[in-house]
Structure formats: structure tokens, C-alpha cells
Design a protein around this ligand. Sequence first.
Ligand code: AMP
Ligand code: MG
Length: 428
Amino acid sequence: MPHARGNLSPAEAGRVSIEDHIADCLALVAPLSAIEVPLLEALGCVLTADVVAQAPLPGFDNSGMDGYAVRAQDVTGAAPGSPVRLPVTGDVFAGAAGSARLAPGTAMRIMTGAVVPDGADSVVPVENTDGGLAEVEIRAAVAAGRHVRRAGDDVETGDTVLRAGTRLNPRQLALLAAVGRTRVQVHPRPRVVVLSTGSEVVEPGQPLQRGQLYDSNGIGLVAAAQELGARAERVGIIDDEPRAVRAAVEDQVGRADVIITSGGVSMGAADIVKAVLGEIGDVTFRNVAVQPGGPQGLGTLGEERVPVFCLPGNPVSALVSFEIFVRPALRAMLGESRLHRRRVPARMLRGWSSPAGRRQYARVLLMRDATAIAGAATPYVAEPASGQGSHLAAQLAHANALAEVPEDVTEVSGGDVLECLVLERMRR
Ligand code: AMP
Ligand code: MG
């Protein structure tokens, strides 16, 4: 167990607990009302209604092989040494309406997917014949029903093929197309607008003056929102100037389902987001018992009551805050039922120290422990980032998980087991 416990609880320190802050973030949002979209716009979206098949799949009895449609009883005893010869009365191609009727004692050449003629009950694969056109030599017997794909084998009319709440993947979209749907009812993707604030923040690609840095938060936050299925965009960079912040925010309120800002929420003289949004919106600023990312703002803007999340500017704080607080809210808007990241316990390979009274989300590289013995507490180990400073963007980029250090733990030791939020598939 982790040791060296501090003794300041979040409430005692005047901080809001992580659980309370998450609950308040979730209270600002609800699943977006269902809309009907073309299938290919529904990838990754959550179905709002069951889908019931209006017709069977397959839609008709059809051949599973290229070969000859026959009556099984006409080819009993057929074998390589004692073939059965049948006259071929025609060809049936896939797509032909298939009104043909097979007379007893005859065969029809048939292609994969073609309608099995009435009167035939099975298909002899072409490999078991001489491939004849006027007459065919059948060299193997076939069981009745063999190589015939029956109407309704897969889906019967009236079957519920997908249930409300399903997050649509490519295989499920293919099924919707197969049962004749072109559109489907889903929760739409929230439109997320990301506003980066800071007079020192510069558009990536522009020359930097001393004292400036690139807008990495804008890129990271938009990408994080897109990755979970939102429609996200960056809207420029805003100077630490009240009028600029106010104008940018007011401009975006009508266009967004959610606004995310970064920077300007701390105690500094230029922490303008806090000053302006506190005035024009119903927005609260608070200190959350989390590290990185203590200062957080949340609330709504405008008559539309557009949810707004104000994240701190440090690159690690911004993205970790998104993970813990904003991502669950966006997933709720998408209609997802599982809001939080998967967690696994992992044994830490090294120790580090963590602040008292705040839960730390430490950046770690989570791995499967190849040497773990049967019965080990966990099959995972984690290598902590070499530094946990909230400005260390590269350390975050190399991490694939966040290890949770409880509020009352100030020293983690190598060998301690911590819960980890899994951000990425593990590399090994
Ligand atoms: P703030 O929260 O505005 O006090 O900013 C905290 C730190 O994060 C400062 O060092 C800022 O320069 C930095 N920062 C603020 N916004 C961004 C951004 N969009 N991209 C990268 N770093 C930022
Ligand atoms: Mg700032």
C-alpha cells in the first residue's frame, strides 16, 4: 500500500472534491435530442431507437456456391467413379429475378448469390462436376439443403437487429444497410468550440518572440473531443483582454453545444476568463482537489445555457482536466452509458511524491508485466513519467495512463499498487 499519508481532506483545505466536481460537470449536460442522419454520418454515434428488420436476411433462398442447382435425390450415390449425368436446362445468374423452375432429373448452372430455382433443394459445387454446359457430370452426392442460403437464416422479419444505446461500428452500419436502411436515429455529435486564451499564446507555425509559446492546448483539446466523437473546432487565440474574451465567447454561444476555454482561471492579474465569464455567464470558479489542474470553472452561457468548461492553461492541466471532467460530460451528451475511462490496478516501478490534500493523476506508461507470476495482485506495471510538473507536455505525450494517487498519500514508493485510468491501448 502507498504510505506517508498527509492529513488534509479536500473540504478542510477549502477545495471541492473531484467526485463533486465531476457530478457538477455532468449536471450541466444531457444526451442531445435524437436526429436522423445518413448511415455514414452515424459511425460512432449512439442509436436512440431499436432497429427492427422489415424484411428477412437473406431476402430469398440463394446459392452459396458457383455450381449446379439440383434435387438431392437425383444425385444420390454420385461419386468420382460413378458420376450421375443430368441435362442442364439453363443458367441462373446473381441478380436475375429467378422465375426458373427445375424439372426433376435436370440441373441448372447457378452462380453464388443467385436465386435457387423452385424445385431445386441443393447446389453441387462446380468443383464436384465436369462443368458441362448442355449436360453435367455430377461426381459427388449432396445433402438436401446443402449450399443453399435460406431466406431469413440471418434475420427474420420483425427481428430487432440493433438495440437503442448501441454505439454504431462499421459492422453494425453494414447490417443497417443490409436490412434496407439509409438513415438512422442517433444522438448527434456535440459541437464543441475550443477557445485558447493568453496574450503569450501563438498560432502554431508563426514565428515566436521571446516569452511566447504555441497554442498546444487548442490542438490537444480539439483532438481529444474529436477522438471521442464530438464535432470540435478551434476558434483562434484570445488575448488576455476582457473585451476580446467577452466578444469571442458571445460570438460562439449560438454555434456551440459546449464551449471549452483554456487559461486565465488562476489567481494572476491577467486571469481574465475568470473575471469576464463570472460576469456574463452563470459560471462558477473553484479550486478542485486535483493535481494537475486545481483551478476549474464551469457553468452555462447565454439564454441557451450552453455548458462551458474553463480549464487551466498549463498543457498537462488542460488535457488531464479534459480527461477527468469534460470527457465524461461529452460522452453523456453523445448518449453513452459508460462515461469514464477503464481503470486497472498497476504496480509502480518507481516512487515519487504527490501533494497532500489533492488526488494526483500521475502520468505513467502502463505495461503488461511479462514477469508477473500467477496469483500476482495485478498483471500490470507502470513506469512513472520522470517529472510530474504540469508544464511537461512531452511527459504527458509519452504516457498512456494516469495513475491515481489518493488525496492523503504524499509519497508513492516503487512496488505500490495504484489504480490507473487507461488512455491508450498498451504497446506491450
Ligand atoms: P494560465 O492558466 O493562463 O495561467 O496559464 C498557465 C500556463 O499555461 C502558462 O505558462 C501559459 O503560458 C500556459 N498556457 C496557457 N495557454 C496555453 C495554450 N493554449 N497552449 C499552451 N500553453 C498554454
Ligand atoms: Mg494565461
